[in-house]
Design a protein around this ligand. Structure first.
Ligand code: ZN
Length: 409
Protein backbone atom coordinates (compact mmCIF):
# COMPACT_ATOMS: atom_id res chain seq x y z
CA UNK A 1 0.00 0.00 0.00
CA UNK A 2 2.55 2.51 1.12
CA UNK A 3 4.79 1.88 -1.88
CA UNK A 4 2.06 2.59 -4.42
CA UNK A 5 0.89 5.70 -2.71
CA UNK A 6 4.42 6.94 -2.34
CA UNK A 7 4.85 6.40 -6.05
CA UNK A 8 1.72 8.41 -6.81
CA UNK A 9 2.77 11.31 -4.70
CA UNK A 10 6.46 11.15 -5.31
CA UNK A 11 6.39 14.70 -6.55
CA UNK A 12 4.38 16.20 -3.71
CA UNK A 13 6.27 14.31 -1.05
CA UNK A 14 9.64 15.33 -2.42
CA UNK A 15 8.57 18.94 -2.38
CA UNK A 16 6.88 18.67 1.01
CA UNK A 17 10.06 17.23 2.53
CA UNK A 18 12.06 19.98 0.99
CA UNK A 19 9.76 22.62 2.42
CA UNK A 20 9.78 21.18 5.92
CA UNK A 21 13.56 20.89 5.81
CA UNK A 22 14.03 24.54 4.95
CA UNK A 23 11.42 25.55 7.50
CA UNK A 24 13.40 23.80 10.21
CA UNK A 25 16.60 25.47 9.15
CA UNK A 26 17.58 28.30 11.48
CA UNK A 27 19.58 30.23 8.86
CA UNK A 28 17.93 32.64 6.44
CA UNK A 29 16.60 30.93 3.32
CA UNK A 30 18.46 32.86 0.62
CA UNK A 31 16.37 31.23 -2.10
CA UNK A 32 12.99 32.39 -0.82
CA UNK A 33 12.31 35.66 -2.65
CA UNK A 34 9.77 36.84 -0.07
CA UNK A 35 12.36 36.30 2.71
CA UNK A 36 15.01 38.23 0.77
CA UNK A 37 12.65 41.08 -0.04
CA UNK A 38 11.62 41.49 3.59
CA UNK A 39 15.18 41.47 4.97
CA UNK A 40 16.13 44.81 6.55
CA UNK A 41 18.73 46.72 4.51
CA UNK A 42 21.57 46.27 7.00
CA UNK A 43 20.99 42.56 7.32
CA UNK A 44 20.83 42.15 3.54
CA UNK A 45 24.06 44.08 3.15
CA UNK A 46 25.70 41.89 5.80
CA UNK A 47 24.60 38.75 3.93
CA UNK A 48 25.94 40.14 0.64
CA UNK A 49 29.26 41.13 2.23
CA UNK A 50 29.57 37.68 3.76
CA UNK A 51 28.86 36.07 0.40
CA UNK A 52 31.22 38.26 -1.64
CA UNK A 53 33.94 37.84 0.99
CA UNK A 54 33.70 34.06 0.84
CA UNK A 55 36.03 33.68 -2.17
CA UNK A 56 33.85 30.78 -3.32
CA UNK A 57 32.91 31.64 -6.93
CA UNK A 58 30.46 28.74 -7.23
CA UNK A 59 28.55 29.78 -4.12
CA UNK A 60 28.61 33.46 -5.12
CA UNK A 61 27.20 32.68 -8.56
CA UNK A 62 24.57 30.44 -6.99
CA UNK A 63 23.36 33.21 -4.68
CA UNK A 64 24.06 36.20 -6.94
CA UNK A 65 20.39 37.26 -6.76
CA UNK A 66 20.93 38.66 -3.26
CA UNK A 67 23.65 40.97 -4.63
CA UNK A 68 21.19 42.19 -7.27
CA UNK A 69 18.50 42.69 -4.62
CA UNK A 70 20.92 44.93 -2.72
CA UNK A 71 21.81 46.78 -5.93
CA UNK A 72 18.11 47.37 -6.71
CA UNK A 73 17.58 48.83 -3.24
CA UNK A 74 20.68 51.04 -3.43
CA UNK A 75 19.47 52.39 -6.79
CA UNK A 76 16.43 53.86 -5.03
CA UNK A 77 18.55 55.65 -2.43
CA UNK A 78 20.24 58.99 -2.83
CA UNK A 79 23.98 59.59 -2.37
CA UNK A 80 24.82 55.91 -2.52
CA UNK A 81 26.44 55.96 -5.98
CA UNK A 82 29.89 54.83 -4.88
CA UNK A 83 28.50 51.98 -2.84
CA UNK A 84 26.15 51.04 -5.68
CA UNK A 85 28.99 50.98 -8.21
CA UNK A 86 31.11 48.85 -5.92
CA UNK A 87 28.40 46.19 -5.57
CA UNK A 88 27.54 46.35 -9.27
CA UNK A 89 31.13 45.75 -10.25
CA UNK A 90 31.57 42.91 -7.79
CA UNK A 91 28.29 41.32 -8.87
CA UNK A 92 29.20 41.57 -12.55
CA UNK A 93 32.48 39.80 -11.89
CA UNK A 94 30.38 36.73 -11.13
CA UNK A 95 27.46 37.32 -13.51
CA UNK A 96 28.98 39.27 -16.41
CA UNK A 97 26.24 38.29 -18.89
CA UNK A 98 23.59 40.00 -16.84
CA UNK A 99 23.11 42.86 -19.30
CA UNK A 100 20.47 44.61 -17.18
CA UNK A 101 23.08 45.31 -14.51
CA UNK A 102 25.76 45.95 -17.13
CA UNK A 103 23.50 48.76 -18.32
CA UNK A 104 23.16 50.16 -14.79
CA UNK A 105 26.92 50.09 -14.48
CA UNK A 106 27.49 51.68 -17.90
CA UNK A 107 25.02 54.46 -17.05
CA UNK A 108 26.84 55.22 -13.79
CA UNK A 109 30.23 55.13 -15.53
CA UNK A 110 28.93 57.69 -18.01
CA UNK A 111 27.66 59.91 -15.18
CA UNK A 112 31.10 59.71 -13.58
CA UNK A 113 32.65 60.98 -16.82
CA UNK A 114 34.20 57.64 -17.74
CA UNK A 115 32.85 57.76 -21.30
CA UNK A 116 35.18 55.19 -22.84
CA UNK A 117 34.42 52.53 -20.22
CA UNK A 118 30.71 53.27 -20.45
CA UNK A 119 30.75 52.90 -24.25
CA UNK A 120 32.64 49.63 -24.13
CA UNK A 121 29.89 48.07 -22.01
CA UNK A 122 27.07 49.78 -23.93
CA UNK A 123 28.46 48.33 -27.17
CA UNK A 124 28.18 44.81 -25.76
CA UNK A 125 24.60 45.43 -24.62
CA UNK A 126 23.66 46.90 -28.01
CA UNK A 127 25.17 43.89 -29.79
CA UNK A 128 23.91 41.02 -27.66
CA UNK A 129 20.81 42.05 -25.73
CA UNK A 130 17.54 40.40 -26.77
CA UNK A 131 15.41 43.11 -25.17
CA UNK A 132 14.16 46.35 -26.70
CA UNK A 133 14.53 48.37 -23.49
CA UNK A 134 18.18 47.44 -23.02
CA UNK A 135 19.06 47.95 -26.69
CA UNK A 136 17.45 51.40 -26.66
CA UNK A 137 19.15 52.43 -23.42
CA UNK A 138 22.55 51.24 -24.71
CA UNK A 139 21.98 53.08 -28.02
CA UNK A 140 21.40 56.26 -26.06
CA UNK A 141 24.80 55.93 -24.36
CA UNK A 142 26.35 55.25 -27.78
CA UNK A 143 24.44 58.18 -29.33
CA UNK A 144 22.90 55.78 -31.86
CA UNK A 145 19.31 56.02 -33.13
CA UNK A 146 16.49 54.35 -31.19
CA UNK A 147 14.51 51.37 -32.45
CA UNK A 148 11.65 52.26 -34.81
CA UNK A 149 8.06 51.86 -33.64
CA UNK A 150 5.66 49.26 -35.05
CA UNK A 151 3.90 50.59 -38.16
CA UNK A 152 0.22 51.38 -37.80
CA UNK A 153 -2.25 49.19 -39.57
CA UNK A 154 -3.08 49.93 -43.16
CA UNK A 155 -5.54 48.23 -45.48
CA UNK A 156 -3.93 46.19 -48.25
CA UNK A 157 -5.71 45.50 -51.53
CA UNK A 158 -4.54 41.87 -51.50
CA UNK A 159 -3.42 41.82 -55.14
CA UNK A 160 0.15 41.00 -54.18
CA UNK A 161 1.41 38.06 -52.08
CA UNK A 162 2.13 39.56 -48.65
CA UNK A 163 3.09 38.07 -45.31
CA UNK A 164 1.91 40.25 -42.44
CA UNK A 165 3.72 39.90 -39.13
CA UNK A 166 1.30 40.64 -36.30
CA UNK A 167 2.51 41.21 -32.70
CA UNK A 168 0.39 39.52 -30.03
CA UNK A 169 0.96 41.03 -26.59
CA UNK A 170 4.27 42.79 -25.91
CA UNK A 171 6.81 41.81 -28.53
CA UNK A 172 10.40 42.99 -29.05
CA UNK A 173 10.39 45.38 -31.99
CA UNK A 174 13.98 44.67 -33.06
CA UNK A 175 13.01 41.04 -33.62
CA UNK A 176 9.99 41.94 -35.77
CA UNK A 177 12.09 44.13 -38.05
CA UNK A 178 14.98 41.67 -38.33
CA UNK A 179 12.55 38.83 -39.01
CA UNK A 180 10.83 40.90 -41.69
CA UNK A 181 14.17 41.48 -43.40
CA UNK A 182 15.24 37.82 -43.24
CA UNK A 183 11.89 36.47 -44.47
CA UNK A 184 11.99 38.85 -47.41
CA UNK A 185 15.48 37.61 -48.27
CA UNK A 186 14.63 33.91 -47.96
CA UNK A 187 11.16 33.90 -49.56
CA UNK A 188 11.66 36.83 -51.95
CA UNK A 189 8.21 38.13 -51.21
CA UNK A 190 6.70 41.17 -49.52
CA UNK A 191 6.66 41.06 -45.72
CA UNK A 192 4.93 43.73 -43.64
CA UNK A 193 4.60 44.40 -39.94
CA UNK A 194 1.21 45.60 -38.78
CA UNK A 195 -0.07 46.37 -35.31
CA UNK A 196 -3.62 45.18 -34.75
CA UNK A 197 -3.30 45.98 -31.03
CA UNK A 198 -3.85 42.38 -30.00
CA UNK A 199 -3.26 42.18 -26.26
CA UNK A 200 -2.19 39.04 -24.43
CA UNK A 201 -5.12 37.36 -22.68
CA UNK A 202 -4.75 35.92 -19.17
CA UNK A 203 -2.66 32.74 -19.00
CA UNK A 204 -4.52 29.45 -19.27
CA UNK A 205 -2.19 27.24 -17.21
CA UNK A 206 0.29 27.75 -14.38
CA UNK A 207 2.52 25.63 -12.14
CA UNK A 208 -0.39 24.86 -9.81
CA UNK A 209 -2.39 23.41 -12.71
CA UNK A 210 0.60 21.32 -13.80
CA UNK A 211 1.10 19.86 -10.30
CA UNK A 212 -2.59 18.95 -10.05
CA UNK A 213 -2.59 17.49 -13.58
CA UNK A 214 0.42 15.35 -12.76
CA UNK A 215 -1.25 13.89 -9.65
CA UNK A 216 -4.50 13.39 -11.56
CA UNK A 217 -2.71 11.36 -14.26
CA UNK A 218 -1.00 9.17 -11.66
CA UNK A 219 -4.28 8.62 -9.81
CA UNK A 220 -6.15 7.67 -12.99
CA UNK A 221 -3.38 5.28 -14.06
CA UNK A 222 -3.38 3.53 -10.71
CA UNK A 223 -7.04 3.81 -9.75
CA UNK A 224 -7.54 0.07 -10.33
CA UNK A 225 -4.85 -0.94 -7.82
CA UNK A 226 -6.49 -2.38 -4.71
CA UNK A 227 -5.09 0.19 -2.27
CA UNK A 228 -6.01 3.17 -4.41
CA UNK A 229 -9.48 1.88 -5.30
CA UNK A 230 -10.14 1.21 -1.59
CA UNK A 231 -9.05 4.73 -0.68
CA UNK A 232 -11.32 6.24 -3.36
CA UNK A 233 -14.19 4.07 -2.16
CA UNK A 234 -13.64 5.11 1.47
CA UNK A 235 -13.75 8.74 0.35
CA UNK A 236 -16.85 8.08 -1.84
CA UNK A 237 -15.03 9.28 -4.95
CA UNK A 238 -15.74 7.92 -8.45
CA UNK A 239 -13.16 7.84 -11.21
CA UNK A 240 -15.11 10.53 -13.08
CA UNK A 241 -14.82 12.87 -10.05
CA UNK A 242 -11.08 13.02 -10.70
CA UNK A 243 -11.73 15.60 -13.40
CA UNK A 244 -12.40 18.07 -10.60
CA UNK A 245 -9.25 19.78 -9.26
CA UNK A 246 -10.68 20.08 -5.76
CA UNK A 247 -11.22 16.32 -5.62
CA UNK A 248 -7.63 15.66 -6.72
CA UNK A 249 -6.31 18.02 -4.02
CA UNK A 250 -8.54 16.33 -1.44
CA UNK A 251 -7.15 12.88 -2.32
CA UNK A 252 -3.56 14.15 -2.39
CA UNK A 253 -4.00 15.61 1.05
CA UNK A 254 -5.62 12.46 2.38
CA UNK A 255 -2.64 10.43 1.14
CA UNK A 256 -0.20 13.02 2.48
CA UNK A 257 -1.93 12.81 5.86
CA UNK A 258 -1.86 8.99 5.88
CA UNK A 259 1.73 8.61 4.76
CA UNK A 260 3.51 11.57 6.33
CA UNK A 261 1.13 13.55 8.50
CA UNK A 262 -0.45 16.95 8.97
CA UNK A 263 2.78 18.82 8.17
CA UNK A 264 2.76 17.36 4.65
CA UNK A 265 -0.80 18.55 4.12
CA UNK A 266 0.19 22.07 5.15
CA UNK A 267 3.33 22.02 3.02
CA UNK A 268 1.44 20.76 0.00
CA UNK A 269 -1.25 23.42 0.30
CA UNK A 270 1.43 26.10 0.70
CA UNK A 271 3.17 24.79 -2.41
CA UNK A 272 -0.06 24.97 -4.40
CA UNK A 273 -0.69 28.52 -3.28
CA UNK A 274 2.84 29.63 -4.12
CA UNK A 275 2.51 28.06 -7.58
CA UNK A 276 -0.35 30.30 -8.65
CA UNK A 277 0.77 32.41 -11.60
CA UNK A 278 4.24 30.80 -11.74
CA UNK A 279 5.52 29.36 -15.05
CA UNK A 280 2.38 30.69 -16.68
CA UNK A 281 1.51 29.33 -20.12
CA UNK A 282 -0.96 30.21 -22.85
CA UNK A 283 -3.03 27.78 -24.90
CA UNK A 284 -1.76 28.38 -28.43
CA UNK A 285 -5.21 27.82 -29.94
CA UNK A 286 -6.61 30.73 -27.92
CA UNK A 287 -3.89 33.00 -29.31
CA UNK A 288 -4.36 31.62 -32.82
CA UNK A 289 -8.09 32.41 -32.65
CA UNK A 290 -7.25 35.96 -31.56
CA UNK A 291 -5.07 36.42 -34.66
CA UNK A 292 -7.83 35.09 -36.92
CA UNK A 293 -10.57 37.16 -35.28
CA UNK A 294 -8.68 40.43 -35.19
CA UNK A 295 -6.99 40.33 -38.58
CA UNK A 296 -9.02 38.17 -40.81
CA UNK A 297 -12.29 39.49 -42.07
CA UNK A 298 -10.69 40.48 -45.33
CA UNK A 299 -10.89 37.20 -47.26
CA UNK A 300 -7.93 38.03 -49.44
CA UNK A 301 -6.11 34.75 -50.16
CA UNK A 302 -2.78 36.37 -51.02
CA UNK A 303 -2.50 37.88 -47.54
CA UNK A 304 -1.11 35.64 -44.78
CA UNK A 305 -1.17 36.67 -41.12
CA UNK A 306 1.54 35.36 -38.83
CA UNK A 307 1.14 36.27 -35.17
CA UNK A 308 4.27 36.58 -33.04
CA UNK A 309 4.29 36.46 -29.26
CA UNK A 310 6.68 36.25 -26.33
CA UNK A 311 4.39 34.00 -24.28
CA UNK A 312 5.11 30.40 -23.30
CA UNK A 313 2.64 28.47 -25.46
CA UNK A 314 1.33 24.90 -25.26
CA UNK A 315 -1.56 22.77 -26.37
CA UNK A 316 -3.47 20.10 -24.45
CA UNK A 317 -1.24 17.08 -23.95
CA UNK A 318 2.04 18.91 -24.59
CA UNK A 319 4.48 20.73 -22.35
CA UNK A 320 5.07 23.44 -24.92
CA UNK A 321 4.62 24.30 -28.58
CA UNK A 322 6.70 26.73 -30.67
CA UNK A 323 3.90 27.56 -33.08
CA UNK A 324 0.79 26.54 -34.92
CA UNK A 325 -0.64 27.41 -38.34
CA UNK A 326 -3.28 26.41 -40.83
CA UNK A 327 -3.83 26.36 -44.56
CA UNK A 328 -6.42 29.07 -44.06
CA UNK A 329 -3.57 31.56 -44.04
CA UNK A 330 -3.15 32.22 -40.32
CA UNK A 331 -0.53 31.20 -37.83
CA UNK A 332 1.10 32.11 -34.55
CA UNK A 333 4.63 31.49 -33.28
CA UNK A 334 6.19 32.12 -29.89
CA UNK A 335 9.83 33.03 -29.28
CA UNK A 336 9.58 32.68 -25.51
CA UNK A 337 11.40 29.31 -25.41
CA UNK A 338 14.05 30.60 -27.82
CA UNK A 339 15.08 33.44 -25.52
CA UNK A 340 18.14 33.60 -23.28
CA UNK A 341 15.89 34.68 -20.43
CA UNK A 342 13.84 31.48 -20.61
CA UNK A 343 16.85 29.20 -21.03
CA UNK A 344 19.03 31.08 -18.54
CA UNK A 345 21.80 31.29 -21.13
CA UNK A 346 23.91 34.29 -22.18
CA UNK A 347 21.86 36.59 -24.46
CA UNK A 348 22.57 36.21 -28.16
CA UNK A 349 20.52 38.25 -30.60
CA UNK A 350 21.63 36.37 -33.73
CA UNK A 351 20.69 33.04 -32.15
CA UNK A 352 17.26 34.32 -31.14
CA UNK A 353 16.65 35.68 -34.64
CA UNK A 354 17.75 32.41 -36.30
CA UNK A 355 15.55 30.32 -34.02
CA UNK A 356 12.55 32.58 -34.68
CA UNK A 357 13.20 32.62 -38.43
CA UNK A 358 13.24 28.80 -38.58
CA UNK A 359 9.95 28.62 -36.71
CA UNK A 360 8.41 31.31 -38.92
CA UNK A 361 9.42 29.39 -42.07
CA UNK A 362 8.03 26.20 -40.60
CA UNK A 363 4.64 27.77 -39.74
CA UNK A 364 4.46 29.78 -42.97
CA UNK A 365 4.87 26.56 -44.93
CA UNK A 366 1.61 25.26 -43.46
CA UNK A 367 -0.06 28.58 -44.21
CA UNK A 368 0.82 27.99 -47.88
CA UNK A 369 -0.31 24.35 -47.65
CA UNK A 370 3.20 22.95 -48.00
CA UNK A 371 3.51 19.61 -46.29
CA UNK A 372 5.90 18.92 -43.41
CA UNK A 373 9.51 18.27 -44.48
CA UNK A 374 11.67 15.26 -43.51
CA UNK A 375 15.16 16.63 -44.11
CA UNK A 376 16.68 17.10 -40.62
CA UNK A 377 18.47 20.36 -41.43
CA UNK A 378 15.51 22.01 -43.18
CA UNK A 379 13.79 24.69 -41.04
CA UNK A 380 10.45 23.08 -41.97
CA UNK A 381 11.19 19.81 -40.16
CA UNK A 382 9.47 19.15 -36.84
CA UNK A 383 11.87 19.58 -33.90
CA UNK A 384 11.22 17.53 -30.76
CA UNK A 385 13.14 19.98 -28.64
CA UNK A 386 15.28 23.12 -28.80
CA UNK A 387 18.43 21.10 -29.57
CA UNK A 388 16.81 19.67 -32.70
CA UNK A 389 15.54 23.12 -33.60
CA UNK A 390 19.08 24.53 -33.24
CA UNK A 391 20.46 21.71 -35.36
CA UNK A 392 18.37 22.90 -38.30
CA UNK A 393 19.72 25.39 -40.82
CA UNK A 394 18.01 28.68 -41.63
CA UNK A 395 18.08 27.69 -45.31
CA UNK A 396 15.23 25.79 -46.89
CA UNK A 397 15.88 22.44 -48.55
CA UNK A 398 15.44 22.39 -52.35
CA UNK A 399 11.97 20.81 -52.20
CA UNK A 400 10.58 23.33 -49.68
CA UNK A 401 12.23 26.17 -51.57
CA UNK A 402 10.49 25.09 -54.79
CA UNK A 403 7.16 24.68 -53.01
CA UNK A 404 7.35 28.23 -51.64
CA UNK A 405 8.31 29.60 -55.06
CA UNK A 406 5.30 27.85 -56.58
CA UNK A 407 2.94 29.09 -53.86
CA UNK A 408 4.21 32.65 -54.11
CA UNK A 409 4.04 32.89 -57.92
ZN1 ZN B 1 12.41 21.09 -46.48
Amino acid sequence: MRKNILYILLLTIAISNNISKTAQCSEIDLFDSSVIQSLPMLQLQAEVDKLLGSNDPVDIRHKIHIVWELVDRLKKEKNKTDELMRYLEQGLRHNAWNLKYQLDYATLLKEKGKAKEAQERAEIIATYSEKDELIDAASEILKKPKLPSIPVRKVLDGKEHTIILVPVGKVDVWLLFELQKKLQEVLKTKVEIQDFHISAPKYTRDRRDIIIEDIRERLIKQSELPDISRLLKDMSINKSDLENDKVVIKIANRINELTIGKEAVEAFNKLLEESIGKNSQWDINTLYSKVVEQTGNEKKPKLKYLGICNLDTYTTGSNFLFGTASGKGYGIISYRRFSAEFNESPPNRTRLLDRTLKQALSSLGFMYNIERCSIPTCPRTYPNNLEEHDAKSTELCSKCKEAFEKALK
